[in-house]
Each structure stands twice: as structure tokens, then as C-alpha cells.
Design a protein around this ligand. Structure first.
Ligand SMILES: Nc1ncnc2c1ncn2[C@@H]1O[C@H](COP(=O)(O)OP(=O)(O)O)[C@@H](O)[C@H]1O
Ligand SMILES: [Mg+2]
Length: 304
């Protein structure tokens, strides 16, 4: 089957200016380009602070890029801004954030939250009840047990499944999952991940899976994007990158991955000084420049 590009970001840059002390600047994302094909899982991997969430928020139109373009289905959506245009966009592009509790109004029962999907996005749909039940069943939740509950009565795993069900109900094209399962325990994680991949393949949904965990990225994705300090440093077919990592930061990630299912210790998120030195040396000593193909569907950044 021909790959159909559903989302493309071109030369994205985001500079934050914090105005408190004379406008200190943070370059959160610098010149990042990639494509997302329909029905694929794309993982965006990098250490804390590397710019992953910023990219997710730009795609979700929650942040304006400082530079660069965003194309959805071939259409330039960088500057869409009106309420109506955004609403149309959110019918097709949705997110699951790290903390599932913050995604639901704590005062509403689940049935009300799900019915609101219709009043906000799909007013004309008649048989709401059946559609809601189907979406819950497909994420292995029992509608009878879930619909009359409040969010705080459900576990983190159940809430994340609910978010996936909501995306299915909307029949979204793109789901952005930012550190989706980092709050869940090991046994629940694999279940939610498998479910996500399965539904993605079945429904032709594209998932941008944002994680700091290389192992999860490998487990879940067709395409891998590796971020380092705001730059996309390696990009391409997941198997190729894992078999033949070229950028020193990617190599370092392979040397320090914990077993799948284990939580990554927060303390370990800081970059060792040796890595920073290795990356500098790599940029200075190799003879290539810029973002270059090292084999088909495998690109590497050779200079900063
Ligand atoms: N609203 C903001 N204002 C200022 N700086 C920000 C803001 N959001 C993120 N940053 C900074 O941008 C960088 C990238 O952050 P982020 O995209 O959250 O990284 P990640 O998701 O990979 O951990 C960090 O240095 C972070 O402190
Ligand atoms: Mg983040």
C-alpha cells in the first residue's frame, strides 16, 4: 500500500521568551522537519527538556511556532486561527496527555463527558448510546460499569483507555500521546500500548507517541524520531535506527535503556557530560554537514 502523508512539519522552530528577567530566550525546538504517514505509529523520543512536548503542542495548535510550517492533508494549517477552523481541526486531531486525571472534568460522570463529544463535535448523530458503548468495548471497558462513574473513581489505566475510546468515537486521523503510559504500572502499560497499536492499524489512525523511553518507542513504532536539545538528530524506519544508530546521542540511549516495563528513574534523565562532549566532537570531526541520508529511510544530523 502506498504511504499517505497525513501530517508534515517543516523547519519548525520555537523560541520561548520569558519576560520576567529581561526576556531570557529558550530555543525549545530548532529546525525540525518530519512527516507522519496514515495508519503509522511514530515515536518521538528524547530526554526531558529536549522539546518533545513543544512539538506536540505546536501540532495541536496550542502553541504558535516561531518559524516553520504545518501541513495537514497537504493543506497549510500554520495560520488557522478562528474558533471554527480550530474546531474542525480538533475533530480530526486529538491528544492524550500524561496526566489522564487532568483531561476530564472531575464533576462530570463519564456518560456526560462522552455525550459532550457529540454536542461539541457531532450534533447530528442519532444513536449516541450505541456508538459510545462500542467505543468503550473496543478499549476493553465495560460500559455498564464505567458510564455512571466519576473520573476519580477510575484508575489511571482506565482513564487512559477512556481517552483512547474518546478518540475512536471522534474517528480522529491523528492522536498525539504524550508520555501516555508513564503514570501506569508495568502490567497495565503493555495492555494500553498493545491496544493503541491494534486500534491504530484497524482504524487507519496515526499516532505520535511521545516518550523518553527508547524501549517503548521500539516496541510500538514504525517510524522513530530522536530529539536532542531541541534538534531532531536521527529519523527514519524504527528497525533501521535500532540496528544501526549513528548519532552519538542515539547510541548513548541504547547503552542505557532499562528493561521494558520498568520505570525510568527521574535522576537518570540528566545528560551525562560525556554525551554532550561526544556530540560536540561528532559535529566537529565528521565530514558531512546538516541532515543526511545514511541509508534509505534513515537520516542523521551531522552538524548543529
Ligand atoms: N511555556 C514555556 N515557556 C518557557 N520555556 C518553556 C515553555 N515550555 C517549555 N519550555 C522549555 O522548552 C524546552 C523544551 O521543553 P519541552 O518541550 O517540554 O520538553 P520535553 O517534552 O522533551 O521534556 C525546555 O527547556 C523547557 O523548559
Ligand atoms: Mg514533555
Amino acid at each position: 500500500m502506498e504511504n499517505k502523508c497525513i501530517m508534515q512539519v517543516e523547519h519548525l522552530t520555537k523560541v520561548f521568551t520569558s519576560g520576567i528577567i529581561a526576556g531570557e530566550k529558550t530555543v525549545a525546538v530548532k529546525d525540525v522537519s518530519f512527516k507522519m504517514d496514515q495508519g503509522k505509529v511514530i515515536s518521538l523520543i528524547g530526554e526531558s527538556g529536549s522539546g518533545k512536548t513543544t512539538i506536540g503542542r505546536i501540532i495541536l495548535k496550542l502553541l504558535k511556532p516561531t518559524e516553520g510550517k504545518l501541513y495537514y492533508n497537504g493543506e497549510d494549517i500554520t495560520n488557522i486561527n478562528s474558533k471554527q477552523e480550530k474546531k474542525e481541526y480538533y475533530k480530526k486531531v486529538q491528544a492524550i496527555f500524561q496526566d489522564p486525571f487532568s483531561s476530564f472534568n472531575p464533576l462530570f460522570r463519564i456518560d456526560r463527558i462522552f455525550n459532550m463529544v457529540f454536542s461539541s463535535f457531532m450534533k447530528d448523530v442519532k444513536d449516541r448510546k450505541t456508538l459510545i458503548e462500542q467505543s468503550l468495548e473496543s478499549v476493553n471497558l465495560n460500559p455498564k460499569r464505567i458510564l455512571n462513574k466519576f473520573p476519580h473513581q477510575l484508575s489511571g489505566g482506565q482513564l487512559q483507555r477512556l481517552l483512547i475510546a474518546r478518540a475512536l468515537l471522534l474517528d480522529v486521523d491523528i492522536l498525539i500521546a504524550d508520555e501516555l503510559i508513564s503514570m501506569l504500572d508495568a502490567s497495565t502499560r503493555i495492555g494500553v500500548l498493545n491496544l493503541l497499536v491494534e486500534l491504530c492499524k484497524k482504524n487507519g489512525m496515526t499516532v505520535l507517541f511521545i516518550t523518553h523511553d527508547l524501549n517503548l518507542g521500539y516496541y510500538i513504532s514504525d517510524t522513530t524520531l530522536i530529539m536532542y536539545k531541541g534538534r531532531l538528530v536521527e529519523r527514519g524506519d524504527t528497525k533501521k535506527i535500532y540496528k544501526n544508530p549513528v548519532h552519538p546521542y542515539t547510541k548513548m540511549l541504547f547503552e542505557s535503556v532499562p528493561e521494558i516495563g520498568n520505570k525510568w528513574d527521574k535522576e537518570e534523565l540528566f545528560l551525562p557530560e560525556t554525551v554532550i562532549q561526544d556530540v560536540k566532537k561528532f559535529y566537529q570531526t565528521n565530514s558531512e554537514q546538516g541532515f543526511k541520508e545514511v541509508e534509505p529511510d534513515h537520516m542523521v544530523l551531522f552538524s548543529d
